[in-house]
Write a protein that binds this ligand. Structure first.
Ligand SMILES: [Zn+2]
Length: 361
């Protein structure tokens, strides 16, 4: 099966170039596992009895490290105790781009027969290749590809002779978002610094207290770590929002040029380059009768009455701080240009840098 990948690339001179690449998807890429009866493979790499000599995992399992785990824990992966590891093509490519020395070390491990490291070309496998979705970053796409391949393995090996109590696939990731999404997909995941700690214990490079080896206590610990991580992210975002509001608080209603970044069913998201500020112009506000809105997902575009908004359109908006609810102050944006009767607002009288009236002495 042939798929073509199309993407635009910025050239050195500042122009934009459209590139079409052929991408072949195949159905003769094997899983490499000894337990598999489905794949028509002549030789296998991954062993049936894939237990590492440690008390970590009582069941046989294959490890799938994500890119960051390979980059930061290559020394652990090199240890003779760590065997039966699936290296996804996505991970291999990312590692190659990010660190030549680690890439070299990884290739060396893959070539070592006793290590039983299997390279799975998931990017060319008909059932594991995924396309980048609109608005998805290359990074997120690759994370999704890694989850997709892990999920495929986990299901593929389940249907094999060993059955449900047999081999498991464990995705190793430090990435919080990746972990959450993988768990939503029903995958087994080890997260955070626990991964490093447990791997170190597994190879005897470190010892740990018995609690960390307890499945339930480990789960509670992970939950607490994840909770704190999430809260610190919230605090980070809240702090950015707070300072943005402080900045706009004293400036009255501003009138600024911006560009449409995204269109939604009832709104456009506008970037104000001058402030690096993103905001949303809603068209179905409570206090006004909703205008006629037609959203086209394909383009994408949003038609508001007679005007159609597309991505990168230039617009003019007002920016103001809505402090009507002290607990939830918000930056508000409203459309000035293009002028859409009944929708857009008149430009504020004051200039962009409204100064406070000076007091007479
Ligand atoms: Zn197979």
């Amino acid at each position: 099966m042939l798929k073509s990948k199309t993407f635009v690339k910025k050239t050195r001179s500042g122009g934009v170039m459209k590139i079409v690449r052929e991408h072949y998807l195949r159905d003769d890429i094997w899983c490499g596992s000894e337990v598999c009866t489905e794949c028509k493979q002549e030789s296998t790499v991954l062993q049936r009895d894939a237990c590492i000599e440690s008390s970590l995992c009582s069941y046989p399992h294959y490890l799938i490290p994500d890119t960051n785990v390979v980059l930061h824990q290559i020394d652990v992966l090199e240890d003779p105790v760590i065997r039966n590891v699936i290296i996804l093509q996505t991970v291999l490519q990312e590692v190659r781009h990010r660190s030549a020395p680690v890439y070299k070390r990884l290739k060396d491990i893959v070539h070592e027969k006793e290590k039983h490291f299997y390279t799975f070309t998931n990017e060319h496998h008909r059932e594991t290749f995924i396309e980048r979705e609109p608005g998805e970053s290359a990074n997120d796409r690759n994370d999704r590809a890694i989850r997709m391949a892990s999920k495929w393995y986990s299901q593929h090996l389940k249907t094999s002779e060993t059955g449900a109590d047999g081999l498991k696939v464990v995705l190793l990731t430090n990435d919080q978002g990746n972990k959450q999404k993988a768990e939503d997909n029903g995958l087994l995941v080890y997260a955070d610094i626990i991964v490093h700690r447990l791997l170190a214990v597994a190879i005897g490079a470190d010892s740990t207290y018995p609690d960390l080896m307890d499945k339930h206590k480990q789960s509670a610990l992970s939950n607490n770590l994840n909770y704190r991580h999430k809260m610190s992210q919230y605090a980070q975002r809240a702090s950015v929002a707070f300072h943005t509001q402080l900045f706009f608080k004293s400036r009255g209603i501003l009138n600024e040029e911006g560009f449409v970044l995204f269109v939604r069913k009832n709104a456009i998201i506008v970037l104000i380059p001058k402030f690096g500020l993103e905001g949303t112009v809603f068209f179905d506000t409570k206090d006004k009768a909703a205008p006629n809105l037609v959203f086209d997902e394909e383009v994408p575009s949003l038609k508001v009455e007679e005007h159609t908004f597309c991505i990168f359109d230039k617009v003019k908006v007002t920016i103001s701080l809505d402090a009507s609810n002290v607990q939830h102050q918000k930056i508000r944006m409203a459309l000035i240009e293009p002028v859409i009767p009944g929708v857009s607002v008149p430009a504020p009288d004051v200039g962009p840098q409204a100064k406070k009236p000076k007091l007479d002495r």
